[in-house]
Design a binder for this molecule. Structure first.
Ligand SMILES: [Zn+2]
Length: 856
């Protein structure tokens, strides 16, 4: 030790001298010497031109260090003490010298130790440090007979990483020490590393993933593990419950044809009209193609569309629950229904069952632990592989976060523009169309100028502040106040003029502003929106009016699809006398849809509009209490009370009629619809159980944090959750408390969406704003953002043909087979981790629940 100090001091001084002579720049260059280049050449490159004097000094230093090396080898190698003083760069330089002069391309054990030393070296920048590590990995790989290509595509990075940074010298021989293996998360593909086949199936039962009831089995080669003990009774019953819940959901989803492969629009023969834009880039040849893509609105021609005729085979009616059913024409509706949709009673029995299971103490603890485990597993994965993931995405040509396809999976159409946009539009209309008659109020028709006169305002007065549509502090836990924010300047007449489709001017202003928004989307190319647009159920011709508005204004775009949002406002319509019973609402909502399916020529525009409709959304304030007035809920035709039906009841009637409709539409080859309600934003977490059974995906879902068992089910079924942390921040849950980052880590199928750009966004690109705030606060990496974008495409309702173009030809296959990194920019290693983690959980369910019959 003493001799080391003696050696170090003079060279520290010499170095200081050298530093002064060659100025700071030269010194910086010296510390930046790359390990993978012969030192001697570098030294000359760096110092040769500057000072022969320095060069000599360094040569002497190195010679001296080599002698020192010899001393150290004899006395047990490097300690960790070289960090912090100026001897750091010198000893590193000399380490390189030994590498070069020994002519070895293989790291000796001294090499590993030296790498360890350098890993605490503070004289290297982040990038240099990474280069060094990468170089070390490649060396190790060569030594182990793995090609560099394998290294880049294999799933072994954490092993290599451990080898490079690990402190155990024995690591070199075995790849991993026993303790290191134990401390690693079970790695998805340890056994499959080097193999090109990623199809992990039955062998996984023996993987070390489970750590539950596992013992080494002498009969299985290579000391693999397998289950030998009889599983614990409680575990068997818990897993059996999980299986039963999943089976129930499967039943509801299947019969309503909400699964992707059941929808005719996802079949290869489905024709999209107008056809999607032609690709402008050919990846095989890496050439840009000269294609001219016209906007859909220019291509679309209503008269060129073929409208099918009447279907004589099926007819529709309502059943005992007042839900719509489809039956064989001319036969008894009860005898010949197209499909057996679960009845209202069955549904409530199932909801009750799920509620009982999910509120059971042991089930809650169990699910909570599984979720904690998933999060811990993610943390381990992320710690070990983050650098590798970034490296892969860097090597990926052309693609980055900005040009991966992303879908805003939840946005309300009447709030789809930002405030500045709306303000500009209002001012423009005041300037150019002040004399246009726009609204009928208090017995007379008013022009736009008269409306503003009555408000005592001129165009000059208008500002974002007078518009007052931003949701700030005042809307927190006040959904009622938030709803009022849709009124510009707090005036419902301005909302009616500018933000409604059905008004005195036939929604022409809203159509105009929508076209501007669509044009922005088309220019951005990679951003797409699923707009929610309202059908209220107050009158039977709402559907036709809406379809006319969309088709006549040609609001058709490759970047836009529609969802129909149905506000839960029966109580208000009842109060105003618009409806007599809940059944009136139900009829207004569904009768036109059955008519158009029976005979598209009866509502031709609706038929065309429906081709661009993905499904239904159920919206309103979830925090309103669902009071239970009835032991057994009456059917809609008997629901004449002034009270609003509960959330679960609304959802069932949307589901039941939609399921029959879908069955019929599928037989006719028309696209089917899905249910994607707002759910779990506030109020009773029981809403999430209803949606678990009935819905294909949900929006918000922040209340899943309170019901671990249900959250675990959402994970297992990979139910799409369109989350909007900025919206929650203004309404129900502050940003820092949002469970989004936990869901993401655990592997729930989450995407980011804007909800209401008009109320929450400040920029021209609300979706990017949503991503960017999340990235800043939750520290999301580029790969995380690309994975979220990929999730958003998977959740969305675009046709499979388009999804294939966006995220890869085989996107519907499992695991890495389904990933095309060139399109998604998500490394295979990430996809493999997600797939493997989920498969493990699913196999556990299969395994434990298989003991159920024998055991109980
Ligand atoms: Zn919303």
């Amino acid at each position: 030790m003493v001799s080391r100090v003696i050696h170090v001091i003079p060279f520290g001084v010499i170095l200081e001298f050298c530093f002064l002579l060659t100025k700071r720049k030269a010194f910086t260059s010296m510390t930046a010497i790359r390990r993978d280049e012969p030192l001697y050449r570098n030294r000359h490159r760096v110092f040769g031109k500057r000072s022969w004097f320095c060069s000599i000094i360094i040569k002497v230093m190195c010679a001296h260090e080599k002698i020192k090396d010899g001393h150290k080898a004899a006395s047990g190698g490097y300690g960790g003490s070289s960090s912090g003083d100026r001897s750091g760069p010198i000893s590193d330089l000399c380490f390189d010298t030994s590498l070069q002069e020994g002519g070895a391309s293989v790291l000796g054990s001294a090499g590993y130790e030296a790498l360890e030393v350098q890993s605490v070296n503070t004289n290297f920048s982040y990038h240099e440090e990474k280069k060094l590590l990468e170089h070390g990995s490649k060396m190790t790989a060569l030594e182990r007979g793995i090609t560099v290509h394998d290294l880049e595509s294999s799933h072994m990075p954490q092993i290599l990483h451990s080898v490079v940074t690990g402190s155990n010298p024995s690591i070199k021989d075995s790849g991993l020490s026993v303790s290191a293996q134990e401390s690693l998360p079970e790695h998805p593909s340890l056994k499959f590393a080097g193999s090109t086949n990623n199809n992990l199936t039955s062998d996984r039962l023996y993987s070390t993933s489970y750590k539950m009831g596992l013992v080494p089995d002498g009969k299985v080669p290579d000391g693999q593990m397998r289950f030998l003990d009889i599983p614990d009774k409680e575990l068997v019953s818990l897993y059996t419950n999980v299986r039963d819940c999943r089976d129930l959901r499967e039943k509801y989803q299947k019969v309503s044809l909400q699964q992707q492969h059941q929808n005719p629009k996802n079949k290869p023969e489905w024709e999209i009209y107008p056809p999607p834009p032609k690709p402008s880039y050919k990846s095989e040849t890496k050439t840009i193609l000269a294609v001219l893509n016209k906007p859909d609105a220019e291509v679309f021609d209503f008269n060129a569309c073929e409208i099918p005729g009447e279907d004589p085979n099926w007819d529709f009616s309502t059943n005992d629950d007042d839900a719509y059913v489809v039956y064989k024409a001319g036969q008894d509706p009860k005898e010949s229904v197209i499909a057996d949709i679960p009845s209202l009673r069955d549904y409530y029995v199932d909801v009750e069952k799920l509620t009982m299971i999910s509120s059971d103490g042991p089930a809650k603890s169990f699910a909570f632990r599984r979720l904690q485990y998933l999060e811990a597993r993610w943390n381990m994965y992320s710690l070990l592989n983050e650098y590798k993931e970034t490296a892969v995405s860097k090597k990926n040509p052309h693609r980055d976060f900005y040009n991966v396809r992303k879908v805003d999976t939840h946005v309300h159409h009447s709030a789809c523009m930002n405030q500045k946009h709306l303000l500009r539009f209002i001012k423009h209309k005041l300037r150019t169309s002040a004399d246009q008659e726009v609204i009928f109020r208090d017995g007379k028709v008013l022009t736009l100028a008269e409306v503003f006169q009555s408000l005592n305002l001129t165009g000059y007065d208008l500002s974002i502040d007078t518009l007052d549509m931003h949701a700030h502090k005042d809307t927190f836990h006040r959904f009622d106040k938030f709803n009022l924010k849709y009124n510009p300047i707090g005036e419902s007449r301005l909302r009616e003029i500018f933000l409604k489709t059905d008004n005195y001017i036939h929604g022409s202003y809203l159509a105009e502003i929508t076209k501007e928004v669509i044009s922005d989307l088309e220019n951005s190319k990679y951003q797409n929106c699923e707009y929610r647009i309202s059908v209220y159920g107050r009158s039977i011709n709402e559907w036709d009016k809406l379809a006319d508005w969309v088709i006549d204004n040609k609001l058709i775009s490759h970047n836009v699809r529609w969802l129909i949002q149905i506000p839960r406002l029966y109580d208000i319509y009842k109060r105003t006398g618009a409806v007599a019973t809940f059944n009136d609402t139900s009829r207004n909502l569904f009768q036109p849809l059955f008519e158009v399916t029976k005979n598209p020529q009866s509502h031709p525009k609706l038929h065309l509009f429906l081709q661009r409709v993905i499904g239904f959304d159920s919206v309103d304030d979830e925090s309103k209490v669902d009071r239970r007035f009835y032991k057994k809920f009456p059917k809609p035709s008997l629901w004449d009370s002034a009270e609003n039906p509960p959330y679960s009841y609304y959802l069932y009637y949307l589901y039941a009629s939609m399921a029959s409709l879908n069955q019929w539409r599928a037989t006719r080859g028309f696209n089917t619809l899905v249910l994607r309600p707002h759910c779990g934003e506030a109020g009773d977490p029981e809403h999430l159980i209803s949606a678990y059974l009935l819905a294909q995906g949900i929006s918000h879902g922040i209340l899943l944090r309170k019901v671990p068992f249900v959250q675990y089910l959402y994970y297992l079924d990979q139910i799409g959750i369109a989350m909007s942390p900025l919206s929650n921040n203004a309404l129900f849950l502050t940003y820092d408390k949002n469970p989004f980052p936990n869901y993401f880590k655990r592997g729930l199928n989450v995407s980011l969406s804007t909800d209401d750009p008009l109320q929450f966004s400040y920029t021209r690109e609300p979706l990017i704003e949503e991503y960017s705030v999340a990235a800043q606060i939750y520290k999301l990496s580029n790969v995380d953002m690309c994975e979220l974008a990929r999730n958003s495409v998977l959740q969305s309702g675009w046709e499979v043909r388009i999804k294939k173009h966006w995220i890869g030809k085989h996107f519907d296959e499992e695991g890495t087979q389904g990933n095309d990194v060139e399109k998604t920019n998500v490394p295979n290693i990430r996809i493999n981790y997600r797939h493997e983690t989920l498969s493990t959980e699913l196999e556990l369910i299969d395994y434990y629940s298989s003991f159920y019959k024998q055991d109980m």
